[in-house]
Design a protein around this ligand. Structure first.
Ligand SMILES: Cc1cc2nc3c(=O)[nH]c(=O)nc-3n(C[C@H](O)[C@H](O)[C@H](O)COP(=O)(O)O)c2cc1C
Length: 185
């Protein structure tokens, strides 16, 4: 079994995406290829990058960076559940990525975006691709973009739109294959 980290990347206290990300983690837990861990960047509460050394050195002086390194480093693959803010990816996600380096290298990542509007945050996922490439992450071709996220979350519970579980399964299958390729390499 590969270890999959599902990362909820909103840090807002009223995040709609948190419930969605938990639903993604639960669904991924049913996939035969993965042992799933869930991390909420809101709970992790990383400060803005304050390490004196470049992450590529692996020298981390702060406990919060070491903790984050242990979580990400233990994963074989990732799913980033990411909102779109003002047409792009969010600062907390970029900050979490910038904190580490070696922990990302060569690992597959699935992008699951969402937004209030019709795009489902697809532009934010697209915008993230060059950043992922710089960190050696390998994004799955298949991406999920969920529009009108507000309409799917009620009292902290996420109710998927029709067909969403099937779309997620396709992404997870691709991620499982990419993870297998990585382990064989
Ligand atoms: C700072 C900010 C900027 C936003 N910009 C957009 C946007 O460009 N397009 C869009 O469709 N929704 C936008 N939204 C709405 C969010 O997609 C929606 O509120 C979503 O629930 C945010 O995720 P979160 O609740 O998990 O933080 C924005 C929300 C915030 C807080």
């Amino acid at each position: 079994m590969s270890r999959l980290l599902v990362l909820s990347t909103s840090t807002r206290t009223v995040s709609n995406g948190r419930a969605f990300a938990r639903w993604v983690a639960d669904a991924a837990g049913g996939h035969e290829a993965f042992d799933v861990e869930f991390t909420d960047l809101g709970e992790l509460a990383l400060p803005l990058l304050d390490e004196p050394e470049y992450a590529s050195t692996g020298i981390y002086t702060h406990q919060h960076t070491r903790d984050w390194s242990a979580i990400a480093g233990a994963a074989d693959a990732f799913v980033f559940v990411m909102p779109m803010y003002n047409g792009g990816f969010t600062a907390p996600l970029k900050n979490a990525l910038d904190h580490l380096y070696q922990e990302w290298q060569g690992k597959p990542v699935g992008l699951v975006s969402y937004s209030a509007g019709d795009s489902g945050g697809a532009p934010a996922a697209e915008m993230l691709l060059p950043v992922l490439a710089r960190l050696g992450l390998r994004p799955a071709q298949r991406r999920l973009a969920v529009p009108a996220i507000h309409s799917l979350v009620s009292e902290g519970a996420f109710a998927p739109s029709e067909g969403l579980d099937g779309e997620l399964a396709v992404l997870l299958d691709e991620l499982a294959k990419l993870t297998l390729d990585e382990n064989l390499a």
